[in-house]
Design a protein around this ligand. Structure first.
Ligand SMILES: NC(=O)c1ccc[n+]([C@@H]2O[C@H](COP(=O)([O-])OP(=O)(O)OC[C@H]3O[C@@H](n4cnc5c(N)ncnc54)[C@H](O)[C@@H]3O)[C@@H](O)[C@H]2O)c1
Length: 381
């Protein structure tokens, strides 16, 4: 039996998920129906992809239709309530990123999720499907590069022009999506960072808005702190032309460098503390092996054909419902990146070092105050 999936929110991203299901690109699943509060979104989907059962109210849809699973692809602020409702109604759920805007809300969603362990609940961390990221994850977990010493992550290759922001709506504002570059684009990399290298305990950050008429950041610099004086410098922007996407993870026994969709893994014959103890000179040397990894052809073709990473994550979700294989991105993993985003905002707004996690109630309070100021400035209700 195929898993019957409904997509809630068929704007830009949700319509691609629904299209992939309708075209049969997700083996073991079928598109049961779609739901959107905007009639234009529903009619546009039908015009492009043919007859499909539609709803404007997801609660009514869940009452009328015999569906197994739901993909939630609305604006961030609506994810929490919709996901909770679907869980309550006993549906498997895949929620788009970020799971919620605040960690406090994410925790309340997970409380609901914990009551239904029989359901497959996932979050769209599609970059985890990238074989290079999976390899890096496994290498770090296996101890191949030893105890981690430092990470550096530069993400300046997701350029967004003023025209992108001029499309208006909910994007690039606190009231519409709870932030800018950080919560919309970089949240993917924050998840990768914490997935591969672990969850930080503190952060000190600065944020700027450069060359764009928006009320939120498009440039972030953060210094994450981990136990035992391990640090990660994280810098991200969406205003630099032909930017960089480079993750370096240094360990005592090796290094991982991911850049331009390729990964180099260096492994050392001896770990740094041994070299330091033995060397008589003021400098150090170690012989090393280098292994190179790139995309395999199958993955590269999928990327081109069907918005690959997202479709791959949906396949993983469906397979997991069908009892085939482990869930790559469980819903509980939606929390950590949101915690990191919330902490960066508090640190940058209040110009101080912050412990992670931040106090959730406090974050919701200051976010609310900032939204009120923003709305006042923009002249909206
Ligand atoms: N995983 C990725 O790489 C990726 C890429 C783009 C967007 N996204 C995420 O997908 C989500 C949607 O982004 P988008 O760009 O498609 O936005 P969008 O504005 O194009 O689409 C959102 C749709 O949700 C609908 N909607 C809102 N409330 C609803 C409700 N209660 N019931 C039914 N429909 C409702 C809206 O009418 C709209 O059509 C966001 O969370 C975004 O962060 C993820």
């Amino acid at each position: 039996m195929k898993v019957k999936v409904a997509v809630i929110g068929v704007g830009r991203m949700g319509s691609i998920h629904a299209r992939n299901l309708k075209l049969g690109l997700i083996k073991g699943a079928t598109l049961a129906c779609i739901c959107d509060i905007k009639d234009e979104a529903l009619s546009s989907f039908i015009k492009k992809h043919g007859r499909t059962k539609t709803y404007e109210d997801y609660k009514l849809m869940l009452e009328k239709e015999n569906i197994d699973a739901v993909i939630v692809s609305t604006q961030h602020y609506f994810h929490g309530d919709i996901v909770k409702y679907c869980i309550e109604k006993g549906k498997h759920v895949l929620c788009e990123k970020p799971m919620t805007v605040t960690a406090e809300e994410a925790r309340s969603v997970l409380k609901e999720a914990n009551k239904r362990p029989e359901l497959v609940l996932a979050v769209m961390w599609n970059q985890r499907t990238n074989p290079i990221h999976q390899k890096a994850y496994k290498l770090v977990q296996s101890g191949k590069i030893g105890k981690l010493i430092r990470m550096n992550y530069i993400v300046t290759d997701w350029y967004r022009s003023q025209a992108y922001y001029n499309q208006g709506g909910w994007r690039a504002c606190l009231w519409g999506e709870g932030g800018g570059t950080l919560i919309n684009q970089c949240v993917h990399q924050l998840d990768l960072l914490q997935w591969i290298a672990g969850f930080p305990i503190g952060v000190e950050a600065k944020m700027y808005t450069k060359g764009r008429n928006i009320t939120v950041e498009n440039d972030v610099i953060a210094l994450f702190e981990y136990p035992e004086d391990v640090f990660c410098s994280f810098s991200a922007s969406t205003h630099e032309l032909r930017g960089t996407n480079r993750l370096e993870i240094s360990g005592e026994k090796g290094r991982i460098v991911i850049e331009n969709r390729k990964m180099k893994v260096y492994t050392f014959k001896k770990c740094e503390s041994e070299v330091n103890a033995e060397t008589k000179s003021g400098y150090g040397f170690v012989s090393r092996k280098v292994k190179r990894y790139g995309y395999n052809l199958q993955f590269a073709l999928r990327l081109i054909r069907d918005f690959g990473e997202q479709a791959s994550l949906i396949r993983n979700f469906v397979n997991s419902i069908n009892g085939k294989g482990e869930l790559l991105s469980p819903l509980k993993d939606g929390l950590q990146a949101v915690e990191m985003v919330n902490a960066i905002y508090v640190s940058a707004w209040e110009k101080r070092k912050i412990q992670i996690p931040v106090d959730g109630i406090y974050y919701e309070k200051i976010l609310k105050e900032r939204i009120a100021q923003e709305k006042n400035y923009l002249g909206i209700e």
